[in-house]
Design a binder for this molecule. Structure first.
Ligand code: NDP
Length: 243
């Protein structure tokens, strides 16, 4: 029977591409996002076209009660995910000294708390099966740090620490835990940048182009595959050589 993958934040961008790539690899997909029903249903449609089961689910990953409810909903509708892709994320731009408590909580709540809540909710079924794949979508800024993105960098550095610790904790249960650290990927998240800024980022990238969601999805799908079974605790850069 096909395994089930849960991809958070799959209404658009990188998450949608990961969902579709996993569907192409034959996995059933629980397509999650916060509120964008049209986007989630479009991802579901694309997955189903590839011949797998797919269904949309909605919740705010920064709310632990909502994540626990999400687990029950998915369990009833599709079974237990053995592949968890923690992709849902938000960013923030500005000087640290201008950052409000609310902004700090918004980014930390989604990008770090959300990963914690989802891991806590979905790990027990993987332990029971003695098999699992957890993929955390971090960022190259979680490794290098970005000026004016201190909150985001801190949250993503936290995701990398969590990935490495969980890899040790869950290895004996047959579960691998890895992170992908994308560079600049062409999605809505970067829409606030001017064309000049995007050109400059492209010029700073050794492979001379910006990333596409499919670039990240290919790396994520490999780490989620059976073939990647001896790889854990790693952070795979998908940044065109930027770092
Ligand atoms: P997008 O802004 O295009 O999409 C974000 C997704 O996350 C949407 O599906 C959105 O749902 C969901 N989401 C946001 N907040 C929440 C929340 N509180 N609860 C549940 N779902 C939420 O982002 P990208 O595709 O660009 O980014 C995906 C991941 O990749 C993020 O973790 C991001 O940090 C990371 N990344 C992106 C890079 C880039 O250059 N784009 C570079 C490095 C890392 P909805 O549509 O309902 O709002």
């Amino acid at each position: 029977m096909a395994k089930l993958a849960l991809v958070t934040g799959a209404s658009r961008g990188i998450g949608a591409a990961i969902a579709e790539t996993l569907a192409r690899a034959g996995l059933n997909v629980a397509v999650h996002c916060r509120a964008n029903r049209a986007g989630a249903e479009e991802t579901v449609r694309r997955c189903r076209e590839l011949g797998v089961q797919a269904q949309a689910f909605f919740c705010d990953v920064s709310d632990s009660a909502q994540v626990d409810h999400l687990r029950s909903e998915i369990h009833s509708a599709m079974g237990d995910p053995l592949v968890l892709v923690n992709n849902a994320g938000v960013d923030a731009f500005g000087l640290l000294t201008d950052t409000t408590d609310e902004e700090w909580r918004r980014v930390m709540g989604t990008d770090l708390d959300g990963v914690f809540y989802c891991c806590r909710a979905f790990i027990p079924a993987m332990v029971h099966q003695k098999w699992g794949r957890i993929l955390n979508i971090a960022s190259m800024w979680g490794i290098a740090g970005a000026s004016c993105e201190a909150v985001y960098s801190a949250a993503k550095a936290g995701v990398i620490g969590l990935t490495k610790a969980l890899a040790r904790e869950l290895g004996p249960s047959g579960i691998t835990v890895n992170a992908v650290a994308p560079g600049v990927i062409r999605t809505d998240m970067n829409a606030r940048h001017s064309a000049e800024t995007m050109d400059q980022l492209r010029e700073e990238t050794p492979l001379c182009r910006l990333g596409e969601p499919e670039d990240v999805a290919a790396a994520a799908a490999f780490l989620a595959s059976e073939q990647a079974g001896f790889i854990t605790g790693q952070v795979l850069g998908t940044d065109g050589g930027y770092l």
